[in-house]
Design a protein around this ligand. Sequence first.
Ligand code: FES
Length: 159
Amino acid sequence: MNQVLSQSVRDAITRELQKYPAEQQQSAVMAALRFVQEENNWISREAMDAIAEVLGLQPIQVYEVATFYSMYRLQPGGKHQINVCTNVSCMLCGSSEVISHLQDRLGIETGQTTADGRFSLNEVECLGACGGAPMLQLDRDYHENLTPETLDALLEGLD
Ligand code: FES
């Protein structure tokens, strides 16, 4: 029995597999990673190995998906993940100011987590919402057309 994944995660992966043809287990990798992250707040190497085992894949087939997308957290971090897009459209529309404002407010640099464990601040590549630049992803939600005022309101509305 796989001890790394909880029963609820394994049940969710089993349900996910039913959406795809047999022999297409790799199609469930993204969902499996999400299930683990939702439960643990991040995805360990051991969890990726366990997903590979459950899906009958080589571990590398899970690692390559997990490391490609910035939405997967591969290290423990803050309760809230702030991912600021710094790609071209967002850069031209002020992502540097967004980063600076958040660094000042949170007292951390990008790639760091606040001492109280509430926030991690990250720079990420294009999140596909260029029309709303500058933008960020806060946990699972996108926030666009950011200003110092909307950033402050965003932070103050969090637990
Ligand atoms: S450049 Fe920021 S969302 Fe595309």
